[in-house]
Each structure stands twice: as C-alpha cells, then as structure tokens.
Design a protein around this ligand. Structure first.
Ligand SMILES: NC(=O)c1ccc[n+]([C@@H]2O[C@H](COP(=O)([O-])OP(=O)(O)OC[C@H]3O[C@@H](n4cnc5c(N)ncnc54)[C@H](O)[C@@H]3O)[C@@H](O)[C@H]2O)c1
Length: 667
C-alpha cells in the first residue's frame, strides 16, 4: 500500500503529530472578526476538542485557543497532512467504493495549492468559500470515504462528517449541507459567530460541494455573456467582432473578461487600479496589452475595431478616468459593464478616483468615513459618464457586482422615474432569457484518470454529440448550440485546465444527457481509460434561488422563495446523484441565496446509464418548469418540448391574463 493510502486510512492520528508552521509563500485567509465572548470562546475550543482523544487535550486546548485569538478561527494547522493534496488518478485513493474515490479526487482538487485561494485555511475561492472548517474534518472525511462501501452514505454537516449511515446502492454516497440556518439567524454576523464556534461554514457554490474546476468555468460563462450582449444590440452579429466592450476589474472572476472578450472576437478594454493584478493577468496571457496613457489606449482600440481585430487591452488605472475620457472624446462604445467588487465597497472592492491605490488603502484603514465619501462621490461620477454614453447609444448592463445597488445608495442618477434601475442585470437581459430559460447551463466533467489524453477524447465526443444535435434542434437554440460547439472545438487550444482534467460546456437537458451517455459508453468500451465525474456549478437553470442573480428574471414574485433549489437537491438525490449539496450563501453572500449541486460518477455501467438519464432530465427541467410557471416564454417553449420528448413529464402550464383586464381592475 502506498504512503498516501496509509495516511488517508489513518484518519486523525492516534498520537499527536509534530507542530506545523504555516507556509509563508502561499496566500492565507485574513484574520476573522473577533465576535465571541469568553463563554463562547470556551465553547469553540470545547467543540474543536471533540475530534481528539483526551490525552491530547492539554496540548491542543491552549493551541486552539491561540489560533482562535490569532486568526479568529480554529483551523488545527498541526493536523495538515504531510502529503500533497491534489487531484490524482482515482485508483491512487484508497477505496472500497469507486464513487467514494471519485469524491476524494474532487475534494482534493478543491484544496490543491495551485487551485485554492487560501489552501491551509481550507478555502477554495471567494475569500470564505470553505471545503471544511478545520483539518480534523478533512482527515475524518477522507478516512470515511476510503472505508465506505456502496451501501453507505456519508453525512456532512457544514464540513463535519457526522458519519456513515446504511443506505443502498442508488443512494448518494455523500449528502452535503453547508450553512443551512434557521432563517432568522442568517446575517453576516451570524456566519462570523457560528463559524467561529465551529458549527457551520460558508460553502460558496463549488467549494463546499467539491465541484470547483479553476478559472475555466468563469471564462466560459463570461464568453457567453459578452457574445449574447453583442447579439442583443445587433441581431445580425455572430460575435463581438468590430465592437468595443469596456469594463473594469482584473481580479478573481473579473480577470476572465479580457480572455472571454478575445474568445468572443471583440475589442475588450478593462480598467484595473491594482498594478499587481494588471500584470498578473498580463503575465498569464489573459490580457494582451497594457496602457497607462488613455489617449494612446483609445486610439489603439479604435484601430483594432476598424480592423475587426480580437484584442484585450488593460488600462492600468481607475475605471472612472477611462469612462470620462471616452465621454470627452465622444467615442461610441457598443457595450459597457463593470466588475469591480461593489458587493464589498468599503473594504477594497471599489477604489475612488483621484486617489492613488496605496493612498486609498491607507485611507480605507485609517479614515473609513472619508473613504466612504470618496467612494460615493466616485460612483456619482461613474454613473454620470455611463448615463451620457448610454444616451449616445451604448448598451450597459450590471454584472452581478452590486453596481446598481451601490450607485443608488450613493444617490447617483441611476433610477428611472418609476423607481426601477436604468440598466438591466446580466441575468435579466442575457443569461436568464437567452440561456437558463432554454436549459443551457454550466455542465462540466472531470476525467478520473487525471490524464489529458482522456480529456481530449471527451472533448471530441462532446463535440460530435453537439454537432449531431445541431442537425435537428429548433431555431430558437441554434445560436446557443453553435456557441457551445465553437467553445468545445477551441477548448484545448485555449489552455484553460488548472488542476484536475476538467471541462466546462454550457449545454441544455438534451445536450447534457447525450454527452453523458456517450461518455458512459466510451468508458464501457475502454475508449476512455477511467470513469468520468459529471457536475455543474450552481450558476444554473435549476440549482440556485438567488433573487439578484440566477433568478433575477423571475417576475411572478417568487424570486424570494427557495423551493426550486431545495426541490432540485432532493430530486437529484433519489434519481442517482453520487453526491448532492445544498448551501446557504454562495456568490452573493450568506443569507442571500440558496444553491444546490450534484456530482455523478459515470463508470460505464448500466446503472450509471439509468441514473444519468433520470437525474439530468430532472436536474434541468425542474428549473425550466418553475421558469415557465413564472410566465417566461422561452422556458414555456422549452418545457413543452421536454414534455413531447418524455411523455411521463406533465408540467402545469400557466394561463396568461389579459393586460387590459388587469389594468381595468379597481384595486
Ligand atoms: N464573472 C462573473 O461571471 C460574475 C458573476 C456575478 C458576479 N460577479 C461579481 O463581479 C465582482 C468581481 O469579482 P472578482 O472575483 O473579480 O473580485 P476581485 O475583488 O478579485 O476583483 C475586482 C477588481 O476590481 C478592481 N477595482 C476596484 N475598484 C476599481 C476601480 N475604481 N477602477 C479599476 N479597478 C478597480 C480591484 O482592484 C480588483 O482587482 C464581484 O462583485 C462578483 O460577485 C462576477
């Protein structure tokens, strides 16, 4: 048996391991807010000690108390494993169940140093998106996964492995809940408190559900958004070619914009105030050129547009200076947006104009009142420039970063006379009606051989399946299909794999099912050397109830309900998912969203074939039926089509009330 297998099977060591230094060369989570009183701190330490035999307590209790004081959380650094955590061939993990081995592979990928944002604090992305709360949970979970068989289910409560429970072969091997709270205990400080106590965690979307695949997920979603934005303003346009898209942010997710802009064949200008972030994206090849001189930058962009060149250009400076120069020079810009982190405006998400980056950071820490005033003054200027350019014909959309909300709070001129925002969000105008309502969402797979050759085979199979579907699909979705065919054709060339051998491909119910079926056949025939894991992120048709993001284009009043996400995860779990997860928070924050996800192992068996057909059909059509009931016409079209394909599907279809009748009512 390999050392790795032995170490995983050991679980929590029986003897106290040597103390560990944290690695200074990797990123670490910021110190969390100290929110517990003395009794609560004692409770947090008592809670942490539950994982260890009593003979270790005299050493561990003061150490955990110190961690709580220094970091605001108890991570149990001493128990970090000595082996490298990363995705490997599924057979490298100790297991009795292949499904459980696949889950080990997926969660290991989420904690890989090359992937995770703060690996030693078990955070994958988004600042607080946790896989586990502490290292004891990791060790115990891996051990359970290594020991379990196909008639057991591992239950995870916010990272805590409650244990293995007898179930049956078609049950999920793991059921994950993250941050599920009694609704009245779900604000930001509740997370701080209960996370510090060690009884809950923020699982983000794909961190605590083991489905993170690095940056390619966001590149594909952003490409689709900008392509469809181009078509919205120019129905004859195939892509962004000959158009300029201006936006801001070269950070975690926003850094995908220039890459996506080029894949969409346009001219993409991105302002970024943090020079380090600008150069990081340049060195990675995600942005082509950097300018600090605005006039030179704009001249370069105009020439590129005339030549229909696909190029990404960074402005190393403040987005507001860029927009104001565009206004002064009266340059027509086709599309505008913004991906500064306005969901976090007072702590570094948005930098005021006229102040250097370093001075702004200093002001933020030492003079937060003036900093807030400067941010709000900048937002007023920002909105004014956007308004002028929009009056001159630019299409502007909010990119889910709370730009509209914060502009309103800053008293900028962002509202229409009826109180609505002047601009739509990207889900209301683009992703909702053009993708989600037709069932297109972020389907993904990971090759359990961890071998790039297998990934290349899956790319080819997926391409062939989509080409075949394209022959007979209705006109309404031809454009989406051709975008996804182009994406998969160029996927290898775009070199997007970081960590596990994974691919994302937006697909609808038919596409997802047929691709999965073809993979399963290829595993059975030996064309693929090992099983494949299927999944998706939660930015999708059915999994997520999030009133200002995924479900922003639901207009029947139900966008503040979370029945769809809950139904989704329950439905997936009895239709054959290998694991399911349901989270509070994710993307937009704790208390603001409920999102569900799944993972499914395809092993080439007849069982896998049965499960994939049953579960994927539900996983998409649950959301389509809800969107149809909300009177979204694209979803209505899609669900009727699904009912024709499967006569066992019978969905309640809404009737439409006449506007004149409704308006005539005395209410
Ligand atoms: N990409 C997507 O598909 C998507 C979807 C929904 C929401 N969002 C939202 O987009 C936002 C950005 O996410 P992120 O992960 O990239 O955050 P991030 O904080 O890593 O990056 C934001 C960047 O904006 C820069 N910035 C801030 N103020 C600026 C200014 N005035 N001028 C120029 N640059 C400025 C920051 O220096 C930072 O590098 C978040 O609010 C996120 O929720 C993104």
């Amino acid at each position: 048996m390999t050392n790795l297998k032995q170490a995983i099977l050991q679980g929590i060591p029986t003897e106290i391991p040597a103390e560990k230094n944290i690695n200074p060369s990797i990123s670490h989570a910021p110190k969390r807010k100290g929110i517990l009183n003395k009794e609560e701190k004692q409770l947090a330490v008592r809670n942490a000690l539950r994982y260890f035999p009593e003979h270790m307590h005299t050493v561990l209790a003061p150490e955990f108390a110190e961690e709580l004081k220094t970091y605001g959380r108890i991570y149990m650094y001493r128990f970090m494993p000595d082996y490298e955590i990363k995705a490997r061939h599924l057979e490298d993990f100790p297991h009795k169940s292949k499904q459980a081995a696949a889950i080990q592979m997926m969660l290991s990928n989420n904690l890989d140093d090359a992937i995770a944002q703060h690996p030693e604090e078990l955070i994958t992305y988004g600042g607080n998106g946790a896989v586990f709360q502490n290292w004891a949970q990791y060790l115990l979970c891996m051990q359970y996964l290594a020991e379990m068989n196909d008639k057991q289910t591992l239950v995870l409560y916010s990272g805590h492995p409650m244990g293995l429970f007898p179930s049956h072969k078609d049950a999920p091997r793991v059921v994950v809940t993250n941050g599920m709270m009694i609704p009245n205990y779900s604000n930001q400080d509740d997370w701080e408190k209960f996370n510090a106590l060690g009884v809950t965690q923020f699982g983000q979307m794909t961190a605590g559900s083991f489905m993170y695949i690095g940056p390619q997920g966001i590149v594909h979603g952003t490409t689709i958004t900008v392509l469809n934005a181009a078509r919205k303003i120019d129905p004859k346009a195939k892509d962004l070619s000959g158009k300029i898209f201006i936006t801001a942010g070269l950070g975690g997710m926003s850094g995908a914009q220039p890459k996506a802009g080029v894949i969409a064949k346009g001219v993409c200008i991105v302002a970024e105030i943090n020079t380090k972030a600008t150069y990081k994206r340049y060195e990675q090849g995600w942005v082509d050129e950097i300018f600090t001189d605005l006039d030179k930058l704009l001249d370069r962009a105009i020439t590129a547009r005339e030549n229909k060149e696909a190029v990404s250009i960074a402005y190393n400076g403040n987005i507001v200076d860029l927009w104001e120069r565009v206004v002064e020079r009266n340059i027509h810009i086709e599309i505008g947006s913004d991906q500064t982190s306005l969901h976090n405006p007072w702590a570094g998400g948005y930098y005021p104009a006229g102040i250097s980056y370093d001075d702004a950071n200093e002001m933020m820490a030492n003079n937060p009142v003036d900093f807030k005033k400067e941010v709000q003054k900048t937002l007023v200027r920002h909105t004014k420039a956007i308004n002028t350019l929009s009056e001159r014909g630019m299409y502007f959309f909010d990119y889910g970063n709370a730009f509209l909300l914060e502009a309103r709070r800053a008293n900028a001129d962002i509202l229409k006379p009826n109180g609505d925002f002047k601009y739509p969000s990207y889900v209301q105008d683009i992703m909702g009606p053009m993708c989600f309502d037709y069932g297109f969402g972020p389907f993904r797979w990971v090759c359990a051989s961890n071998d790039p050759k297998d990934l290349a085979i899956t790319d080819r199979i997926a391409f062939e399946v989509l080409e075949e579907i394209m022959q007979h699909c209705p006109d309404e979705i031809k454009l989406q299909m051709s975008d996804n065919i182009n994406w998969i054709k160029a996927a290898a060339e775009n070199k997007l794999v970081v960590g596990s051998q994974a691919r994302i491909l937006y697909a609808d119910a038919e596409g997802r099912t047929k691709i999965a079926e073809a993979f399963n056949n290829a595993i059975a025939s030996g064309e693929l050397s090992a099983p494949v894991v299927l999944g998706r992120d939660h930015h999708d048709v059915s999994g997520t109830d999030s009133p200002y993001r995924e479900t922003a284009n639901i207009y029947d009043g139900s966008k503040f309900t979370a029945d769809m996400a809950i139904q989704n995860v329950i439905g997936d779990s009895f239709r054959g998912a290998t694991w399911v997860s349901i989270h509070n928070g994710g993307g937009v924050g704790w208390g603001e969203v409920i999102n569900g996800g799944f993972g499914m192992l395809l092993d080439g068996s007849a069982d896998a074939d049965r499960r994939l057909k049953s579960m994927l059909f539900w996983d998409v059509n649950n959301g389509i039926s809800r969107r149809s009931w909300a009177r979204n016409k694209e979803a209505n079209f899609t669900i009727k089509r699904a009912m024709k394909i499967n006569p066992d599907l019978k969905v309640t279809i809404p009737n439409t009330a006449d506007d004149i009748l409704i308006n005539s009512l005395e209410l």
